[in-house]
Design a binder for this molecule. Structure first.
Ligand code: SF4
Ligand code: SF4
Length: 147
């Protein structure tokens, strides 16, 4: 399973990650298209401020996940191979009980469509070569600047 790690010492709380997440989950995949999309594309992570510390909260894709256990329609499920916990839109009825039991508070509510919204670990999404190179270049520059 792909993992996403947070380096708390580097988080500025700018929320760019929230915007990027919502954009990636939009149909248009561009800012201009996303702002007029209905229902609006929502973020799947939440940058909180805890006693002055910026804290991006993301789904842990828990083993024996509480959100999966309480879902009565089977919409919330865990892939037995990858361990990714995801929501099946066709089965979700928007009761949001899953959101009530998640200990990390990382399930959102798509109120217009009555759907639970959560991190899907970008399953099926490939990072483009261009983005990968750009990320590598940025990390290299950041390390050089610190050295
Ligand atoms: S949504 Fe919450 S309970 Fe469900 S897998 Fe993610 S962190 Fe665990
Ligand atoms: S909101 Fe959807 S995914 Fe969550 S418990 Fe209800 S039916 Fe299941």
């Amino acid at each position: 399973m792909k993992e996403i790690f947070v380096r708390l010492d580097r988080c500025l709380g700018c929320k760019s990650c929230e915007n990027a997440c919502a954009l990636e989950h939009s149909s248009g995949k561009s800012l201009m298209a996303a702002v007029s999309e209905k229902p609006a594309s929502l973020r799947r992570l939440y940058v909180e401020n805890v006693e002055g510390q910026k804290m991006p909260m993301i789904c842990r894709h828990c083993k024996d996940a509480a959100c999966v256990a309480v879902c009565r329609t089977g919409a919330m499920w865990q892939d037995p191979t990858s361990g990714v916990v995801d929501r099946n839109a066709d089965k979700c009825v928007g009761c949001w009980i899953c959101a009530m039991v998640c200990p990390y508070g990382v399930i959102g509510r798509q109120k217009d469509a009555r759907l639970a919204v959560k991190c899907d670990r970008c399953s099926g999404r490939e990072v483009s070569e261009l983005l990968r190179k750009d990320a590598a270049a940025r990390i290299t520059r950041s390390y050089r600047a610190r050295a």
